[in-house]
Design a protein around this ligand. Structure first.
Ligand SMILES: Nc1nc2c(ncn2[C@@H]2O[C@H](COP(=O)(O)OP(=O)(O)O)[C@@H](O)[C@H]2O)c(=O)[nH]1
Ligand SMILES: [Mg+2]
Length: 225
């Protein structure tokens, strides 16, 4: 909780894109398709940003808050789509300039082991092979920190991160932490991600919404070199 939420918080950006524009861009999200297996994923040229996280980490709430649309993550709860990759398109009227991929939460105890393993395999394959994957946002409940499965996933994507894949850890439910707990959680997560980018996020207080939207915008619209 380093800065107060709200429009008064200044956000830096490259010329042309304000935080408000990035937030509005996120609000254009609409359901695109659902893919129970990798071979069902449509080929795509546009940058794709994947949301991953342990079950109950706050992923659905975060996606709903960023996109300002309750039915998106709801779509991911529809029977048949729960163990699937759900894609959402971003961009103005019919012009898709990025895709959000919602990957089912992992680590849920009640899921049979066989299904868990199958799903971990699908997810690992997706993260390693998806050609247009541009960035990964990992949602982590800061009261639990990065779990073993989170760390395994980090290992899976590490080679791609070294080749330029973007990566962000969002510490969710930040409203449940006091100031010192928040700064401690940030330091620990930064250590665990070897200096990777980590931000606080609260759906309840709308904390981190502008910063995250702007960051994802820049992932999807890199400056020409
Ligand atoms: N206080 C608080 N609770 C949250 C926040 N985000 C999610 N939660 C709660 O955490 C639980 C899990 O959230 P959900 O989005 O369903 O997690 P998912 O399983 O990762 O999709 C729910 O009870 C949410 O209401 C937040 O920013 N603040
Ligand atoms: Mg969910």
């Amino acid at each position: 909780m380093t800065s107060p939420p709200g429009p008064s918080a200044p956000t830096t950006s490259t010329p042309g894109t304000s935080a408000a524009q990035a937030v509005a861009w996120m609000h254009t999200a609409r359901f695109l398709t659902t893919a129970p297996r990798l071979e069902h994923l449509p080929e795509s040229e546009v940058p794709e940003i994947a949301f991953v996280g342990r079950s109950n980490a706050g992923k659905s709430t975060c996606i709903n808050t960023l996109t300002q649309q309750k039915r998106l993550a709801f779509a991911s709860k529809t029977p048949g789509r729960t163990q699937a990759i759900n894609l959402f398109a971003l961009g103005k009227q019919g012009i898709t300039d990025a895709v959000l991929a919602d990957l089912p939460g992992y680590g849920y105890a009640a899921v049979p082991k066989q299904d868990k393993l199958r799903w971990q395999q699908v997810m690992a394959n997706y993260l390693v092979t998806r050609p247009n994957l541009t960035g990964v946002v990992m949602m982590v409940d800061p009261r639990h920190g990065l779990t073993e499965l989170d760390e395994i996933l980090l290992e899976v994507i590490r080679p791609r991160v070294e080749e330029g894949l973007k990566f962000l850890v969002l510490l969710t439910k930040a409203d449940k932490l006091n100031r010192s707990e928040a700064s401690k959680a940030l330091s620990i997560a930064r250590l665990q991600t070897a200096g990777g980018e980590v931000k606080l996020f609260s759906a309840l207080k709308k904390q981190g919404v502008e910063e995250t939207s702007l960051l994802l915008w820049h992932w999807a619209h890199p400056e020409p070199a």
